[in-house]
Design a protein around this ligand. Structure first.
Ligand SMILES: *Cc1c(COP(=O)(O)O)cnc(C)c1O
Length: 327
């Protein structure tokens, strides 16, 4: 397949495309993580409509479809934040999103995405089964597939976070970002490293099912067994035919941290009790890394004195969240 060019210009274009639809989120100081030597600031993507940064990539991608392409509809197999974002974006531009999922997806998730305006197709009992329906809708009905991370317009959209961080925090020395498929870190790192190659990029994943970590260790895309984690938005593979994000991760990540489930939980608790922020597990991993003494010590040489954290999303089941912060 023809590979679309992904560069800084594409991120500036994305910024124009998302302007007025996606929120320019605040970058606020985390008092509880800062001291006289270090200032830590949090990029609050929890404040986006749909509650996560994925709206940036989805809006950028849908905004570039021709009216004819949009009329055929957009489709993906994501049940999480990307599915929500794509549904929201399609609706904004007058199109229809179809979200394909397996029978294992809980009813409350199905209802939530339908409520946003998606059509839902349910088939099989794995993500791979759901993907076969996506492929069918693309080949038989001409729908446009917009995947969650490995797509130039999606990555460029997520990269707009990097532009905003540079503007609001020009002294930034390092950035800590949750890593799954790598669209988020890939886009942001591309922007920050081009502005200043000395800015350090730190990736954080749950140790359960850390696919990109395994791929980086192997030097090529590989598959890992998926395991449930509190940071559920960080689950899933990167695709054996990965086009963009593996290369971006390989070139730009300076350090990769893996977290246990209890470390992720403590990150969510810290954000809630010290900063008054509700974040999902994936949104709290940067905080989780910084409040763990051993990890913070290991990261110390990379952090510098101005640290940016991406609080990537807040979409956690409220019953689950309630249990996590109950004490
Ligand atoms: C998707 C997602 C991530 C990870 O983004 P990738 O581009 O897949 O690396 C992190 N946090 C949240 C809340 C997400 O929805």
């Amino acid at each position: 397949m023809h590979k679309k060019i992904l560069n800084l210009q594409a991120v500036y274009t994305a910024r124009n495309n998302i302007n007025g639809i996606v929120r320019r989120t605040p970058l606020i100081k985390a008092e509880s993580l800062s001291n006289s030597n270090i200032e830590v600031r949090m990029k609050l993507e929890t404040l986006q409509p749909i509650g996560a940064f994925k709206l940036r990539g989805a809006v950028n991608a849908v905004s570039q479809l021709t009216p004819e392409a949009l009329s055929r509809g957009v489709v993906c197999a994501s049940t999480g934040n990307h599915g929500r974002a794509l549904t929201y974006a399609a609706k904004h531009f007058g199109g229809q999103a179809t979200i394909c999922m397996s029978k294992l997806v809980p009813q409350n998730k199905i209802d939530a995405i339908k409520a946003l305006g998606a059509k839902v197709e349910i088939f099989g009992d794995s993500q791979d089964d759901a993907q076969t329906i996506v492929d069918k809708l693309v080949s038989e009905q001409g729908m446009i597939e917009l995947p969650p991370f490995d797509h130039a317009d999606i990555i460029a959209g997520q990269g707009t976070i990097g532009l905003e961080m540079l503007e609001d925090f020009s002294a930034i020395d390092s950035v800590i970002i949750g890593l799954s498929g790598g669209g988020l870190i890939g886009g942001i790192a591309m922007v920050l490293k081009q502005a200043n190659p000395n800015i350090k990029v730190i990736a954080v994943s749950p140790e359960r099912g850390a696919c990109m970590a395994a791929c980086l260790a192997a030097g090529k895309p590989v598959e890992v067994i998926e395991e449930p984690t509190l940071a559920d938005s960080l689950g899933g593979g990167i695709g054996l035919n990965n086009q963009y994000t593996f290369d971006l991760a390989q070139r730009n990540i300076d350090e990769l941290v893996l977290l246990t489930e209890s470390q992720i939980k403590r990150g969510m608790q810290h954000l809630f009790y010290n900063e008054g922020i509700v974040a999902e597990g994936a949104g709290a991993v940067g905080v989780a890394a910084l409040i763990d003494e051993k990890i913070r010590k290991r990261l110390q040489p990379l952090l510098g004195s101005n640290v940016g954290l991406v609080i990537s999303g807040k979409n956690v089941d409220m019953d689950v969240f309630h249990k996590i912060v109950a004490r």
